[in-house]
Design a protein around this ligand. Structure first.
Ligand code: PLP
Length: 405
């Protein structure tokens, strides 16, 4: 076994060797600029870019002309949110999103607020899900855009995208969804799901880093955007800059593989995820799932181990590459904004670990991971006076209340 074992597939994924193989010629012999119209180097590059556009479109039920290449989801999110708000300023300046979104959305919303927009941040339920009723209640005559993620990157919860999209279309409001974690993992169909704008990113689906795209609906309704980058007018004026041809080829290939292999891969990763959870819960008490059992990604498992500090656990299980929900964004060890938005309580927020399972995870990896987690949680809990008290039946809410006052 090679250590550390990678179980952080929501953070990023390795490139699939088939993706690398497809990309390689475009670094060397087929190095042309896709915007060069006067010779074969340019035509070859352009052909490769158009093939990728079609591969991506097929994964999400779009038409190739609706795909705008970007450097990844962060850029696509900036383009979608800022571009729409600037374009439709006459209609209104209200945006609806949720406090469990990725920082790329939240920080862009902050920027929009500074520029005069009004943003409603819906609070997800304790599983991380936003309901269509919440969106309906937040809609205003001046609402221009609803921006809600398809799948949450920390807990894997899926939002009711189709219902939200339907509502938005009924109300004539544009709907953007961040599908960075969902595309290639769960079925996505921009027509059936009534999506107007959607982003995805190469490095989450076994493609290269630094490339992604924005889907921009062209019909019913035709969505227009103000470009956020001035330049040569590439990508039908929406995103200037010489295209990253090898990256785009890789993204297209990654989408094609994801589309063909999704059913089998989803079943396999879900089985490994469930096996990891049941091995852990069979041997430890006080383990909580963060997320939604019914509506979730097949490859993400976020668990809390109360009475253990998430960071100490991560240090203990150093043969595993996993992520902590309590990753300290500041010196004060702030828990993740997602778990805070879900209001699961401090104890759970500070003791959470995200396990991301993927294409190259094996059964042995999962068995080893479960053993490591169980051993380390037991060891750390032995050092925890709180855990001892809980085992003895002390009402901890009372203890914490006294400690805090
Ligand atoms: N949105 C979600 C849900 C993500 O998980 C990520 C990746 O961390 C991003 C956006 C940003 O994507 P990128 O790394 O392509 O900019």
């Amino acid at each position: 076994m090679k250590f550390p074992i990678y179980l952080d597939y929501q953070a990023t994924t390795p490139c699939d060797p088939r993706v690398v193989e497809a990309m390689l010629p475009y670094f060397t012999e087929a190095f042309g600029n896709a915007a060069s119209r006067s010779h074969a180097f340019g035509w070859t590059a352009e052909e490769a870019v158009e093939k990728s556009r079609a591969q991506i479109a097929e994964l999400i039920g779009a038409s190739p002309k609706e795909i705008v290449f970007t450097s990844g989801s962060t850029e696509a999110i900036n383009l979608a949110l800022k571009g729409v708000i600037e374009m439709y300023a006459e209609k209104g300046k209200h945006v609806i999103t949720s406090s469990a979104e990725h920082k790329a959305v939240l920080d862009t919303c902050k920027h929009l607020e500074q520029a005069g927009a009004e943003v409603t941040y819906l609070a997800p339920d304790q599983t991380g899900r936003v309901s269509v009723e919440q969106v309906r209640a937040a809609l205003r005559p001046d609402t221009v855009l609803v921006a809600l993620m398809w799948a949450n990157n920390e807990v894997g919860t899926l939002n009711p995208v189709r219902e939200i999209g339907e509502l938005c279309h009924e109300q004539g409001v544009l709907f953007f969804t961040d599908a960075t974690q969902a595309a290639g993992k769960v079925p996505v169909d921009v027509e059936a799901d009534h999506v107007d704008l959607l982003c995805l990113s190469g490095h989450k689906i076994y493609g290269p880093k630094g490339v992604g795209c924005l889907y921009v609906r062209r019909r019913n309704p035709r969505v227009r955007l103000v470009a956020q980058m001035d330049g040569g007018g590439h990508e039908r004026g929406m995103r200037s800059g010489t295209l990253n041809v090898p990256g785009i080829v890789g993204l297209g290939k990654a989408c094609e593989l994801a589309r063909l292999e999704m059913p089998a891969e989803a079943a396999r990763t879900a089985e490994l995820r469930d096996s990891l959870e049941s091995r852990i819960t069979a041997q430890l008490d006080f383990v909580f799932l963060n997320g939604n059992r019914e509506h979730r990604l097949p490859n993400c498992l976020n668990l809390s181990f109360p009475y253990v500090e998430g960071e100490s656990l991560i240090m203990g299980i150093n043969k595993l590459a996993v992520s902590s929900g309590s990753a300290c964004t500041s010196a004060s060890l702030e828990p993740s904004h997602v778990l805070r938005a879900m209001a699961v309580g401090d104890e759970r927020a500070h003791s959470s670990i995200r396990f991301g399972i993927g294409r190259f995870t094996t059964r042995e990896d999962v068995e080893f991971a479960a053993t490591q987690v169980v051993e380390n949680v037991r060891r750390l809990r032995e050092l925890s006076p709180l855990y001892e008290m809980v085992k003895e039946g002390v009402d901890l809410s009372q203890v914490k209340w006294q400690a805090a006052h």
